[in-house]
Write a protein that binds this ligand. Sequence first.
Ligand code: SIN
Length: 480
Amino acid sequence: MPLYQPVSFINGQWEGAISGATFDVINPATGDVIEKVADLSAAECVKAIDAAQEAFPKWAVLTAKERAVALRCWFNLIHEHAEELTHLITEEMGKPLTEARGEVVYGASFVDWFAEEGRRIYGDVIAPHMADKRILAIKQPVGVVAAITPWNFPLAMITRKVSPALASGCTVVIKPSEDTPLTALAVCELASRAGIPAGVINCVTGMDAPAIGRVLTSDTRVRKVTFTGSTQVGKILYRQSAESVKKISLELGGNAPFIVFDDADLDAAVDGAILCKFRNAGQTCVCANRILVQSGIHDQFVKAFTARVVTMKVADGKTKGSDIGPLINADGRAKVEEHVKDALSKGATAICGGHIHEAGPLFYTPTVLTGVNTEMRMASEETFGPVAPIYKFDHDEEAIALANDTRYGLAAYFFTEDLSRTFRVYEALDYGIIGINTGIISTEVAPFGGVKESGLGREGGPHGIEEFLETKYGCIGIKP
Ligand code: SIN
């Protein structure tokens, strides 16, 4: 039985567009059309909200344990179908199979974590302010949730949002990226096989993301919007959600600094930078966007780092040993090209790369640039590609000022062996996530999210479920 049908998933049924319209899902490595998927209009999206609204009271009234059993079954099914999901992710998104396999495990880990966390939603009994009063604060699910998800992690960004929503008793309408709807549909099919009832999880496919976003943010029955994507789109959704004062979580753009101090363990810093910069061909919000290296270790770092970069295999994600797959589309490639061109025109040097790769039009050669400065576009904008710009600095204060000189505040990284410096820098960096002597910070057990224009709220960890709960205060008068 196929893992998905190329249509929307509403109220436990596969639903095509009334008009019969479809859009193409394209393999970015080959340019081939993988599938034609139902292109629902914004008006048709209302059916998914109707279904989620109707399912909500029945799902919310279940015990946390009953919901946890269903989530656990969903987790098991994701693992049982890991190979199919892996290939689907690589095909529609382009990342190498090893990374896609990692994403399936990472994505499933949120289902497992929140199945457990759902059973630990506690309230408070508060010491009353008067002798004839008793005070309670209980937690209840917020209601229908709209989850608008990106293409760069087609599975994990869905489970990171949907699992805490479902565990807390909410129902969900997912709007996956039009670049990667197939993994989303497969995940819904597995949720249905796991016994998650019709209407609890719905998925609307459509090309007109702005119109669908408007419906999801304007319908008063949707009580929470959770979005991962660009800061520009996040601001629009935030504004639109204000009209009906929805709860909102936004995981938006980043401009991550990766700081290497003179006293860093060089090998560890190089390993960390490779992982952090080139994961998903540089297409993650927490990828190092600026590598800041102290002058005493700068030349050694550049040499050791470049020696690793030039060995990276650029190929279709399905090819054995591929390290770097294609960029998602022509717009993504154009941005990378423009950033590199701009940096070179303003005095940067390409130590390696700096051009399209012969593997195909969307493949970009892993690039190391030195002599980079704050006048270049890549200093203030997210490149979202396999380009590592290296800045040189002399003092800690200079590195911290450079690192914080951005409107973004998602992830930052630094490498040092000095304990006092560790605390000073950790506290001074204006970011929601700090990686210290590591280039990988993503895990289901920790609160992921940014400050400033990188977003609102946290996903994962014990904090992640709070985003889907309301606190209800009860004041009880008693006879003394
Ligand atoms: C993202 O790029 O938005 C998510 C990356 C992660 O979860 O590690």
